[in-house]
Design a protein around this ligand. Structure first.
Ligand SMILES: [Fe+2]
Length: 245
C-alpha cells in the first residue's frame, strides 16, 4: 500500500496523526506531492521527516520560493517563506535536499505532480463547477494523459477525483473508489496541513492495487495555531486552520 501526501506546510501535529494512521494501515511507501514547508511553524522537524521517510518528495511552489526567492505570494505567504528560510539555515544537508527536489515523478502507471500535468509546480487542477468544465476535464484525460493512467496532484488543498466518466468528491459516507486497470484519472489528494475545503481535518490518500481511499483525520489544531502565533507568523495562517479555508 502506498500513501500519497501533499501540502503538509510544516504542520507537525497533522503530519504525526497521518503517519501514525499510515503505519497502522501497513503503508510501505510514502509519496509526497510538494509543499512540505511554507505557512506552518515547524519547517525543520517536518522537513527532516520528509527527507528521511518519503521515497518521492516533489518541488512544490513553496519549495521553489524557498530555494530561489522567486514567487508571486501574498504578504502572509511571503513572510512565512522568508521566516522558513531562516529556520532552515543551520541544516545544510536539508537545504541541499530541498534544492534537489524535482517537479514531477513517474512510477509505473502513476504520474505525480504538485500542480498539473501542464505546469507541475504552479498550475491548479480546479474541481469542475459546471458540465462544460466537466467535459473539458474529460477531454484533458482522454487527450493528454499518455504514458500514464493516474495523475496524483496537490496544490489545490482540496480532495476530489476526475475520471473520464465524470468527477467524484469523497465524503464520510463514501471514501473508497476502485479504479479499473487502464482507466485515466486525476486524483487530488487534498492537504495534510492546511485543508481548504471547509473541512478542517487532515486529508491524504492511499492506493492499494486498484483501491483508492481518501482519508480525513482530526488533529490538534489549537496546538499548531499556538505555534504559528508564537513564531510571529500572520494570525490569518492560524485562523484558516480552524476554518478549513
Ligand atoms: Fe500548498
Amino acid at each position: 500500500m502506498i500513501a500519497i501526501l501533499s501540502d503538509i506546510h510544516a504542520n507537525m501535529e497533522a503530519l504525526s496523526v497521518v503517519l501514525e494512521r499510515c503505519e497502522k494501515l501497513g503503508v510501505t511507501d510514502y509519496l509526497c506531492l510538494g509543499d512540505v514547508i511554507g505557512y506552518g511553524p515547524e519547517p525543520l522537524a517536518v522537513g527532516r521527516i520528509a527527507q528521511e521517510r518519503f521515497s518521492v518528495s516533489l518541488m512544490g511552489n513553496h519549495e521553489e520560493a524557498l530555494v530561489t526567492g522567486k514567487h508571486r505570494f501574498n504578504p502572509h505567504a511571503a513572510q512565512a517563506i522568508n521566516w522558513t528560510r531562516q529556520q532552515l539555515q543551520g541544516d545544510a544537508a536539508l537545504w541541499a535536499w530541498f534544492q534537489a527536489r524535482k517537479p514531477f515523478a513517474v512510477k509505473k502507471h502513476l504520474l505525480m505532480v504538485h500542480g498539473s500535468i501542464y505546469d507541475p509546480v504552479h498550475d491548479y487542477v480546479d474541481e469542475p463547477e459546471n458540465p462544460i468544465e466537466s467535459q473539458q476535464m474529460i477531454d484533458t484525460l482522454n487527450k493528454d494523459f499518455s504514458g500514464f493512467d493516474l495523475c496524483f496532484a496537490g496544490h489545490n488543498h482540496t480532495p476530489f477525483m476526475a475520471t473520464t466518466m465524470g468527477t467524484m468528491t469523497p465524503h464520510d459516507g463514501h471514501r473508497q473508489f476502485r479504479i479499473p486497470k487502464g482507466h485515466k484519472a486525476y486524483i487530488c489528494v487534498g492537504s495534510v496541513g492546511q485543508p481548504r475545503d471547509r473541512d478542517v481535518r487532515s486529508s491524504f490518500a492511499t492506493l492499494d492495487g486498484e483501491l483508492l481511499t481518501f482519508h480525513r483525520l482530526p488533529y490538534a489544531i489549537e496546538t499548531t495555531q499556538a505555534k504559528i502565533r508564537k513564531a510571529g507568523l500572520n494570525e490569518f495562517l492560524a485562523e484558516r486552520l480552524g476554518e478549513g479555508i
